[in-house]
Design a protein around this ligand. Structure first.
Ligand SMILES: [Zn+2]
Length: 308
Protein backbone atom coordinates (compact mmCIF):
# COMPACT_ATOMS: atom_id res chain seq x y z
CA UNK A 1 0.00 0.00 0.00
CA UNK A 2 1.70 3.10 -1.18
CA UNK A 3 4.99 1.27 -1.32
CA UNK A 4 4.61 -0.90 -4.39
CA UNK A 5 7.29 0.91 -6.39
CA UNK A 6 9.99 0.49 -3.82
CA UNK A 7 9.02 -3.12 -3.26
CA UNK A 8 9.29 -3.91 -6.92
CA UNK A 9 12.64 -2.20 -7.14
CA UNK A 10 14.00 -4.19 -4.25
CA UNK A 11 12.70 -7.40 -5.73
CA UNK A 12 14.30 -6.78 -9.08
CA UNK A 13 17.65 -5.99 -7.57
CA UNK A 14 17.82 -7.30 -4.02
CA UNK A 15 21.56 -6.88 -3.73
CA UNK A 16 21.51 -3.23 -4.59
CA UNK A 17 23.10 -0.86 -2.15
CA UNK A 18 20.36 1.16 -0.51
CA UNK A 19 20.32 4.76 -1.36
CA UNK A 20 18.76 7.88 -0.06
CA UNK A 21 17.02 8.28 -3.41
CA UNK A 22 13.76 6.40 -3.61
CA UNK A 23 12.91 7.13 -7.22
CA UNK A 24 14.72 4.52 -9.23
CA UNK A 25 14.36 6.41 -12.48
CA UNK A 26 15.93 9.57 -11.23
CA UNK A 27 19.00 10.59 -13.23
CA UNK A 28 20.50 12.32 -10.23
CA UNK A 29 23.59 10.95 -8.58
CA UNK A 30 22.51 9.13 -5.46
CA UNK A 31 24.48 8.72 -2.27
CA UNK A 32 24.87 5.44 -0.36
CA UNK A 33 23.20 5.53 2.98
CA UNK A 34 25.09 5.00 6.20
CA UNK A 35 25.79 1.26 6.52
CA UNK A 36 23.88 -0.79 9.08
CA UNK A 37 26.94 -1.07 11.30
CA UNK A 38 26.32 2.48 12.27
CA UNK A 39 23.07 1.39 13.82
CA UNK A 40 24.80 -1.32 15.82
CA UNK A 41 27.31 1.18 17.08
CA UNK A 42 24.64 3.30 18.58
CA UNK A 43 22.72 0.52 20.23
CA UNK A 44 22.35 2.70 23.28
CA UNK A 45 21.39 5.70 21.26
CA UNK A 46 19.63 8.25 23.31
CA UNK A 47 20.69 6.64 26.54
CA UNK A 48 23.70 8.07 28.23
CA UNK A 49 24.93 6.10 31.21
CA UNK A 50 23.43 8.75 33.36
CA UNK A 51 20.17 8.45 31.47
CA UNK A 52 20.12 4.69 31.96
CA UNK A 53 20.71 5.00 35.64
CA UNK A 54 17.98 7.55 35.87
CA UNK A 55 15.61 5.28 33.99
CA UNK A 56 16.42 2.28 36.17
CA UNK A 57 16.11 4.33 39.29
CA UNK A 58 12.92 5.75 37.97
CA UNK A 59 11.46 2.29 37.53
CA UNK A 60 12.69 0.89 40.79
CA UNK A 61 12.01 3.65 43.23
CA UNK A 62 9.68 6.20 41.78
CA UNK A 63 6.71 7.30 43.75
CA UNK A 64 3.98 4.87 42.86
CA UNK A 65 1.65 6.21 40.24
CA UNK A 66 -0.38 4.43 37.66
CA UNK A 67 2.20 4.28 34.90
CA UNK A 68 5.19 3.47 37.07
CA UNK A 69 3.34 0.89 39.09
CA UNK A 70 2.00 -0.71 35.96
CA UNK A 71 5.46 -1.06 34.48
CA UNK A 72 6.98 -2.25 37.75
CA UNK A 73 4.29 -4.87 38.20
CA UNK A 74 4.87 -5.99 34.67
CA UNK A 75 8.58 -6.29 35.23
CA UNK A 76 8.07 -8.19 38.49
CA UNK A 77 5.62 -10.53 36.86
CA UNK A 78 8.01 -11.30 34.02
CA UNK A 79 10.91 -11.88 36.39
CA UNK A 80 8.85 -14.13 38.66
CA UNK A 81 7.79 -16.22 35.70
CA UNK A 82 11.42 -16.85 34.86
CA UNK A 83 11.05 -15.24 31.49
CA UNK A 84 12.96 -12.24 30.31
CA UNK A 85 11.45 -9.09 28.95
CA UNK A 86 14.70 -8.67 27.07
CA UNK A 87 13.95 -11.70 25.00
CA UNK A 88 15.37 -11.73 21.52
CA UNK A 89 13.33 -9.16 19.71
CA UNK A 90 11.96 -11.36 16.99
CA UNK A 91 8.46 -10.21 16.36
CA UNK A 92 7.74 -13.00 13.91
CA UNK A 93 4.66 -13.97 15.79
CA UNK A 94 2.86 -15.71 12.99
CA UNK A 95 1.37 -18.26 15.33
CA UNK A 96 0.96 -15.82 18.14
CA UNK A 97 -2.22 -14.42 19.54
CA UNK A 98 -3.20 -10.75 19.83
CA UNK A 99 -2.11 -10.97 23.46
CA UNK A 100 1.33 -12.25 22.39
CA UNK A 101 1.67 -9.25 20.10
CA UNK A 102 0.62 -6.88 22.85
CA UNK A 103 3.16 -8.48 25.16
CA UNK A 104 5.89 -8.02 22.58
CA UNK A 105 5.08 -4.34 22.20
CA UNK A 106 4.97 -3.78 25.95
CA UNK A 107 8.20 -5.71 26.38
CA UNK A 108 9.73 -3.51 23.71
CA UNK A 109 8.64 -0.42 25.60
CA UNK A 110 10.08 -1.87 28.79
CA UNK A 111 13.37 -2.45 26.99
CA UNK A 112 13.24 1.12 25.79
CA UNK A 113 12.62 2.78 29.13
CA UNK A 114 15.22 0.66 30.90
CA UNK A 115 17.87 1.44 28.32
CA UNK A 116 18.00 -2.16 27.10
CA UNK A 117 16.78 -1.54 23.61
CA UNK A 118 17.81 -4.15 21.07
CA UNK A 119 17.05 -2.17 17.92
CA UNK A 120 15.77 -5.32 16.22
CA UNK A 121 15.32 -5.55 12.48
CA UNK A 122 16.99 -2.27 11.73
CA UNK A 123 19.73 -3.43 9.42
CA UNK A 124 19.94 -3.76 5.66
CA UNK A 125 19.52 -7.52 5.82
CA UNK A 126 16.10 -7.14 7.36
CA UNK A 127 15.24 -4.52 4.78
CA UNK A 128 15.97 -7.02 2.03
CA UNK A 129 14.14 -9.81 3.80
CA UNK A 130 10.88 -7.95 3.92
CA UNK A 131 11.17 -6.08 0.63
CA UNK A 132 9.02 -8.63 -1.22
CA UNK A 133 6.30 -8.71 1.42
CA UNK A 134 5.54 -7.03 4.68
CA UNK A 135 4.07 -8.89 7.62
CA UNK A 136 3.78 -6.49 10.53
CA UNK A 137 2.49 -7.82 13.82
CA UNK A 138 0.55 -4.75 14.86
CA UNK A 139 -0.93 -1.52 13.58
CA UNK A 140 -0.40 1.65 15.54
CA UNK A 141 -2.49 4.81 15.31
CA UNK A 142 -0.35 7.48 16.90
CA UNK A 143 0.04 11.24 16.98
CA UNK A 144 2.28 12.88 14.41
CA UNK A 145 4.18 14.56 17.24
CA UNK A 146 7.91 14.21 16.58
CA UNK A 147 8.43 12.99 20.13
CA UNK A 148 6.29 9.90 19.64
CA UNK A 149 8.05 7.59 17.17
CA UNK A 150 6.39 4.16 17.63
CA UNK A 151 9.29 2.11 16.26
CA UNK A 152 11.62 3.58 18.86
CA UNK A 153 9.10 3.63 21.69
CA UNK A 154 8.30 -0.07 21.18
CA UNK A 155 11.83 -1.10 20.17
CA UNK A 156 10.77 -2.47 16.80
CA UNK A 157 12.29 -2.34 13.35
CA UNK A 158 11.60 -2.57 9.63
CA UNK A 159 8.37 -4.33 8.84
CA UNK A 160 7.36 -4.96 12.44
CA UNK A 161 4.63 -2.41 12.94
CA UNK A 162 2.25 -0.70 10.54
CA UNK A 163 2.13 2.88 11.70
CA UNK A 164 -0.51 5.49 10.93
CA UNK A 165 0.37 8.88 12.32
CA UNK A 166 -1.74 12.00 12.41
CA UNK A 167 -1.93 14.93 14.81
CA UNK A 168 -4.17 14.02 17.73
CA UNK A 169 -4.11 10.32 16.75
CA UNK A 170 -7.58 10.73 15.33
CA UNK A 171 -9.31 7.98 13.45
CA UNK A 172 -10.42 9.72 10.28
CA UNK A 173 -11.97 7.71 7.48
CA UNK A 174 -8.57 7.53 5.78
CA UNK A 175 -6.81 6.35 8.92
CA UNK A 176 -9.47 3.71 9.52
CA UNK A 177 -9.13 2.59 5.91
CA UNK A 178 -5.39 2.17 6.45
CA UNK A 179 -6.05 0.12 9.58
CA UNK A 180 -8.58 -1.98 7.71
CA UNK A 181 -5.94 -2.73 5.11
CA UNK A 182 -3.51 -3.73 7.85
CA UNK A 183 -6.09 -6.11 9.30
CA UNK A 184 -7.47 -7.52 6.08
CA UNK A 185 -4.38 -7.78 3.89
CA UNK A 186 -1.47 -7.79 6.31
CA UNK A 187 -3.14 -9.76 9.06
CA UNK A 188 -2.10 -7.61 12.02
CA UNK A 189 -3.38 -9.01 15.26
CA UNK A 190 -3.38 -5.84 17.24
CA UNK A 191 -4.40 -2.25 16.74
CA UNK A 192 -3.10 0.12 19.35
CA UNK A 193 -4.25 3.73 19.49
CA UNK A 194 -1.46 5.65 21.18
CA UNK A 195 -2.13 9.05 22.69
CA UNK A 196 0.54 10.98 24.49
CA UNK A 197 0.96 13.41 27.34
CA UNK A 198 1.04 17.09 26.56
CA UNK A 199 -0.54 16.58 23.14
CA UNK A 200 -0.61 19.89 21.27
CA UNK A 201 -3.64 18.87 19.23
CA UNK A 202 -5.62 18.17 22.39
CA UNK A 203 -4.53 21.46 23.89
CA UNK A 204 -5.64 23.20 20.73
CA UNK A 205 -9.06 21.60 21.00
CA UNK A 206 -9.27 22.64 24.64
CA UNK A 207 -8.55 26.24 23.74
CA UNK A 208 -11.76 26.54 21.78
CA UNK A 209 -10.00 28.93 19.45
CA UNK A 210 -10.42 29.13 15.72
CA UNK A 211 -7.40 28.05 13.68
CA UNK A 212 -6.36 28.97 10.18
CA UNK A 213 -6.21 26.70 7.18
CA UNK A 214 -7.35 23.14 7.62
CA UNK A 215 -6.28 22.96 11.25
CA UNK A 216 -9.85 23.50 12.40
CA UNK A 217 -10.85 20.28 10.70
CA UNK A 218 -8.38 18.44 12.85
CA UNK A 219 -9.49 20.12 16.03
CA UNK A 220 -13.14 19.36 15.30
CA UNK A 221 -12.34 15.66 15.59
CA UNK A 222 -11.05 16.24 19.10
CA UNK A 223 -14.01 18.24 20.34
CA UNK A 224 -15.92 15.04 21.01
CA UNK A 225 -13.16 13.87 23.33
CA UNK A 226 -13.31 17.17 25.17
CA UNK A 227 -17.06 16.85 25.65
CA UNK A 228 -16.74 13.22 26.72
CA UNK A 229 -14.13 14.10 29.31
CA UNK A 230 -16.43 16.73 30.71
CA UNK A 231 -19.53 14.60 30.68
CA UNK A 232 -17.81 11.79 32.56
CA UNK A 233 -17.09 14.17 35.41
CA UNK A 234 -20.31 16.13 35.46
CA UNK A 235 -23.21 14.96 37.59
CA UNK A 236 -25.80 17.18 35.95
CA UNK A 237 -26.36 19.04 32.74
CA UNK A 238 -25.89 22.37 34.50
CA UNK A 239 -22.58 21.21 35.87
CA UNK A 240 -21.56 20.08 32.44
CA UNK A 241 -22.35 23.48 30.96
CA UNK A 242 -20.42 25.15 33.76
CA UNK A 243 -17.43 22.88 33.24
CA UNK A 244 -17.53 23.54 29.56
CA UNK A 245 -17.44 27.31 30.09
CA UNK A 246 -14.64 27.03 32.68
CA UNK A 247 -12.70 24.77 30.40
CA UNK A 248 -12.99 27.10 27.46
CA UNK A 249 -11.82 29.97 29.64
CA UNK A 250 -8.85 27.96 30.90
CA UNK A 251 -7.98 26.93 27.40
CA UNK A 252 -8.36 30.44 26.02
CA UNK A 253 -6.13 31.72 28.81
CA UNK A 254 -3.54 29.21 27.75
CA UNK A 255 -3.58 27.49 31.12
CA UNK A 256 -5.83 24.48 30.95
CA UNK A 257 -5.88 22.28 34.02
CA UNK A 258 -3.19 19.59 33.51
CA UNK A 259 -5.49 16.95 34.97
CA UNK A 260 -8.15 17.89 32.49
CA UNK A 261 -5.67 17.69 29.64
CA UNK A 262 -4.73 14.20 30.79
CA UNK A 263 -8.38 13.22 30.98
CA UNK A 264 -9.12 14.50 27.49
CA UNK A 265 -6.06 12.71 26.12
CA UNK A 266 -7.37 9.44 27.58
CA UNK A 267 -10.92 10.09 26.41
CA UNK A 268 -9.62 10.88 22.97
CA UNK A 269 -7.86 7.53 22.73
CA UNK A 270 -11.03 5.75 23.82
CA UNK A 271 -13.14 7.75 21.39
CA UNK A 272 -10.82 6.98 18.49
CA UNK A 273 -10.98 3.30 19.40
CA UNK A 274 -14.77 3.53 19.25
CA UNK A 275 -14.46 5.10 15.83
CA UNK A 276 -12.20 2.28 14.67
CA UNK A 277 -14.77 -0.21 15.83
CA UNK A 278 -17.30 1.30 13.44
CA UNK A 279 -15.40 -0.56 10.76
CA UNK A 280 -17.07 -3.85 9.98
CA UNK A 281 -13.70 -5.26 8.92
CA UNK A 282 -12.15 -4.45 12.27
CA UNK A 283 -15.20 -5.52 14.21
CA UNK A 284 -15.44 -8.82 12.41
CA UNK A 285 -11.78 -9.62 13.04
CA UNK A 286 -12.31 -8.81 16.70
CA UNK A 287 -15.33 -11.09 16.92
CA UNK A 288 -13.28 -13.90 15.41
CA UNK A 289 -10.63 -13.29 18.09
CA UNK A 290 -8.11 -12.56 15.38
CA UNK A 291 -7.68 -8.97 16.45
CA UNK A 292 -7.54 -6.88 19.57
CA UNK A 293 -7.96 -3.11 19.67
CA UNK A 294 -6.37 -1.41 22.64
CA UNK A 295 -5.50 2.08 23.77
CA UNK A 296 -2.56 3.59 25.56
CA UNK A 297 -0.94 6.87 26.46
CA UNK A 298 2.76 7.49 25.94
CA UNK A 299 4.48 9.63 28.55
CA UNK A 300 6.79 12.12 26.89
CA UNK A 301 8.94 12.50 29.97
CA UNK A 302 9.44 8.89 31.02
CA UNK A 303 9.02 7.06 27.73
CA UNK A 304 6.44 4.76 29.27
CA UNK A 305 3.45 3.48 27.38
CA UNK A 306 0.59 3.19 29.79
CA UNK A 307 -2.33 0.97 28.87
CA UNK A 308 -5.82 2.37 29.30
ZN1 LIG B 1 -0.04 14.94 19.90
Amino acid sequence: MGCGASTQAAQSNPSAVPTTESKEDSPRQVQPVVPPLKIQNISKAGWSKEGEDTARESIGSRTPRRGGTQQQERRNSIEMSGRSFVRPATPELEGGTPDDVLEELLNGNLRFITGETQHPHQDFRRLQQIAPKQKPIAAILACADSRVPPEIVFDQGFGDIFVCRIAGNIATAEEIASLEYAVLDLGVKLIMVVGHTSCGAVKAALSGKAFPGFIDTLVDHLDVAVTRAQSRNATSYEELVGMHAALRKQGADGHPDPKLIELVIQENVKYQIDRCKRSTIILEAMMKKKLKVVGSVYNLETGEVEML
